[in-house]
Design a protein around this ligand. Structure first.
Ligand code: MCN
Length: 782
């Protein structure tokens, strides 16, 4: 394979249209006869609907229709949950498109109104009269599990959606024989994903043909089509789902949503195109949130720092209903990662998924893995403090040594490859860790304390294989597909089943084809996000697009190369075995001057004037690739902070991120992905939280109240890497889309707590706002 294009930081071809405002998002689309939907959402966290009167609204100027639950009976099936976790006593509450009788979170859909324009729709929405009888609400996932807590669903006692466990080794013996035990109670607060584009749907149903086209802000149009067919009762063959430009998702556009189904329902009823675009307030209330764990964690170890066991109980808030992938996140994606990059002889985790009166929770960048890494890495620092060891030494004592073809951990996963000690050492050397510790040892300067926070992580991504998906209850496959098509002039079209929405695969996938076949990357166009145009695929999430879809593409390009070699041999009157290939040129071994380029062959294959006997015309191939295992990227992050004891203000002065995602197709894109991921992780540590009041009202209901990170709050992120190829991936790559998020929250948290160690502070609830830090210092002082 050529290394010229692979590994080169060429500019993202997506960017010109994105930064010049010429990209087309769902809300930009307009169709003839199009009408607009607005959604009436519950203002209560929990209430019984005693009556709904839509008559005034229906009579208002410009209003075309108003629908409530009763109208949808028989036409709209409940919103499905697609991760049916086995061995967990999973109880899926019915999630109606429009609420029936009871609303269970602020933002729950109550009615939809369709009008000739958006303004008329929003105005008339206020004329729908709903009488509610408020009910007690519960937001905290642990409280929700207690006897006497408000009950969300009659048929689901103690609000328990599931109870899942992971166990390995003799955990009781580990704790009975422990020389030292450290523990903590950690709150992984709820987060709001905040994609730049809110969600939107434009549904166009043609009554005469029974066909539906849905433009949708989704990370997985094929999954939407599949589930839409069940919910709306249309054949999959009659549905086309298009994800036009999608302005980020960060996991939140993985789920399928009631509002999308309801928009389709309206279009089917009216026989007209219906557009719905979420407002930012709706987005905060009704697009899925992330995290929301209460974690009780204990670590057993020997006095020399060797870990002997990890035991934890987690209450994971699910919100009012189980969103599409929600049950798998605090379990499979979290519990199975508890060994991290360490040798852990015993582990036991109980995860209780509980229904609460919050917005449904689902994937949010990292999805389960940051929460697992946090527990482990926090315990590492607490253990180091207890044993008066340096946090680096405790980690080194337990790190799995370098391996390059499989390593099984106690949670039953087999990591593909890793060199965790090398990652740690590189970060320590780059940062001058010893120097920083020496500075710290001199003590605070003017009441400002220096703190260093480390996080080693390994994550599972490249979600697949499908056999595993079946075993863990994921109601879909996890393979990916690609088609490569050469046109007569040598230009190439690539069609992929995955659906990037900001990650840059239009660029990197062209680089893969270019590297494999020697064509100019500018001659390769990558199509995605349209179920009528692209082959089936399971979507972009879990940092799987390159690990799975990229593999499908590389293998497809190799099929093309094999066919091209046969044609070249025929044209050069040589035997196929005598042919060689390099950088897009096919030649007889030893005679590189006499060659055929891939462009020559594309022309011949397409005109087919002189083809070898038995070889079909055309130069096109496809692959459905089901990986043999996940890929396991890893890394080490180090945060350096200064904490002002008088005010509690935390300043992040340095951030070093080393992420190993195998060979990098495009280092500039990788760096961008790491930057984005790191900032999301830092946001959780320091600023972000979805806050509900006791009655279940979302207090942080707008961007004014929800503290998103801004560039001026951040230092330059120092991005490093090591390169450890995945042994089972055709081009060795692992995912990187979430990598930055996995370790960054706990790295920053550890740094702040490291700074506060001399003051006796050992635990603070995130986010580490000045007020919380200041309070913790005061309390520690007594
Ligand atoms: N890449 C590379 N070399 C590698 C690995 C990856 O050059 N060794 C490139 C890829 O080809 C791709 C990018 O890095 O251009 C990210 O690829 P990958 O790790 O395959 O991740 P996905 O494309 O599957 O993206 C999903 C991931 C997730 S799960 C979240 S959440 C997230 C993220 O990507 N959401 C994002 N990054 C995001 N970036 C943007 N702009 N917007 C989002 O919503």
């Amino acid at each position: 394979m050529s290394t010229r294009i692979f590994g080169s930081g060429i500019r993202r071809r997506e960017d010109p249209r994105l930064i010049t405002g010429t990209a087309t998002y769902t809300d930009d689309l307009t169709l003839p006869r199009m009408v607009h939907a607005a959604m009436l959402r519950s203002p209560h966290a929990h209430a019984r609907i005693t009556s709904i009167d839509t008559s005034n609204a229906a009579a208002a100027a410009g209003v075309v229709a108003v629908y409530t639950h009763a109208d949808t009976v028989g036409a709209l099936q409940p919103t499905p949950c697609a991760w049916l976790l086995p061995d967990s006593d999973l109880k899926v509450a019915t999630y109606h498109g429009l609420a029936k009788d009871v609303v269970r979170y602020v933002g729950d859909l109550v009615a939809v109104l369709v009008a000739e324009d958006r303004y008329a729709a929003e105005d008339a929405l206020e004329l729908i009269e709903v009488d509610y009888e408020p009910l007690p609400a519960v937001i905290d996932p642990e409280q929700a599990a207690k006897d006497g807590a408000p009950q969300l669903h009659d048929e689901i006692p103690r609000n328990q959606a599931f109870h899942w466990t992971v166990a390995g080794g003799d955990i009781d013996a580990a704790f009975e024989q422990a020389e030292v035990v450290v523990s903590d109670r950690i709150i992984q607060q709820r987060l709001i994903p905040n994609a730049m584009e809110t969600r939107a749907a434009l549904a166009s149903y043609t009554t005469a043909t029974g066909e539906l086209t849905l433009w949708n802000t989704t990370q997985n149009p094929h999954i939407v089509r599949f589930l839409m067919s069940g919910v709306c009762g249309l054949g999959e063959d009659k549905i086309r789902v298009v994800a036009p430009e999608v302005g980020g998702g960060f996991g939140s556009k993985l789920a399928v949503y009631p509002a999308d189904f309801v928009t389709v329902f309206c279009s089917m009823r009216l026989g007209r195109p219906v557009k719905w675009t979420e407002t930012r307030s709706e987005n905060y209330q009704a697009t899925t949130h992330g995290r929301d764990h209460v974690q009780q964690v204990e670590l057993a170890a020997k006095k020399d720092g060797t870990i002997t066991g990890l035991r934890c109980t987690v209450y994971a808030g699910m919100g009012a209903y189980l969103s599409t992938a929600a049950p798998g996140i605090p379990t499979i994606l979290h519990g199975l990662m508890l060994s991290g990059p360490y040798t852990l002889p015993a582990v036991k985790e109980d995860v209780y998924g509980t229904y609460t009166n919050g917005t449904p929770v689902d994937a949010y960048r990292g999805a389960g893995r940051p929460e697992a890494t946090f527990m482990l890495e926090r315990m590492m620092d607490l253990l180091a403090a207890e044993l008066e060891m340096d946090p680096v030494d405790v980690r080194k004592k337990n790190l799995i040594p370098k391996f390059d073809d499989g390593h099984e951990v106690i949670t039953t996963l087999t990591y593909d490859s890793g060199d965790y000690p090398a990652a740690l050492d590189k970060v320590l050397a780059h940062a001058d860790y010893a120097g920083l510790r020496a500075t710290q040892a001199k003590g605070p300067i003017n009441g400002t304390y220096l703190g260093l926070g480390l996080a080693n992580y390994v994550e599972m991504c490249g979600l697949g294989p499908s056999q595993v998906a079946g075993a863990i209850g994921f109601q879909g496959g996890l393979w990916e597909s690609a088609i490569v098509r050469f046109h007569p002039s040598g230009k190439v079209h690539v069609f992929i089943g995955a659906s990037p929405h900001g990650q840059g695969e239009e660029t990197t996938f062209a680089q893969i084809v270019s590297s494999e076949l020697g064509v100019d990357p500018n001659d390769v166009k990558v199509f995605h996000g349209d179920t009528d145009m692209t082959p089936m695929g399971w979507g972009t999430y879990g940092s799987r697009t390159t690990a799975v879809g990229g593999a499908a593409l590389a293998l497809t390009a190799r099929k093309i190369r094999d066919k091209a070699k046969v044609i070249a041999a025929h044209l050069l009157e040589a035997a196929v075995e005598d042919m060689d290939y390099e950088d897009g040129k096919f030649f007889v071994k030893g005679a590189p001057d006499q060659h055929k380029t891939i462009t020559d062959i594309a022309l011949m294959a397409n005109v087919a004037w002189n083809m070898p006997e038995g070889v079909e015309a055309g130069l096109e191939a496809s692959t459905f690739y089901d990986p043999p295992n996940f890929t396991f990227p890893f890394g080490t992050h180090l945060a350096v902070v200064e904490v002002e004891a008088e005010t509690g203000v935390v300043t992040l002065t340095r951030y070093i991120a080393l992420d190993d995602c195998g060979p990098q197709i495009n280092p500039v894109i990788v760096e961008g992905q790491v930057h984005g991921g790191v900032v999301q992780g830092i946001g959780q540590a320091l600023w972000e939280e979805a806050v509900y009041d006791e009655g279940g009202q979302l207090v942080t209901g707008s961007m004014l109240d929800y503290a998103l990170p801004r560039a001026d709050m951040l230092p330059d992120i120092e991005v490093l890497s090591t390169v450890t190829p995945s042994p089972h991936h055709p081009i060795g790559v692992k995912g990187v889309g979430e990598a930055g998020t996995i370790g960054s929250t706990v790295a920053v948290y550890n740094a702040v707590l490291d700074a506060l160690r001399p003051l006796g502070v050992t635990s603070i609830r995130m986010p580490l706002t000045p007020e919380r830090v200041w309070q913790a210092i005061r309390q520690a002082k007594g």
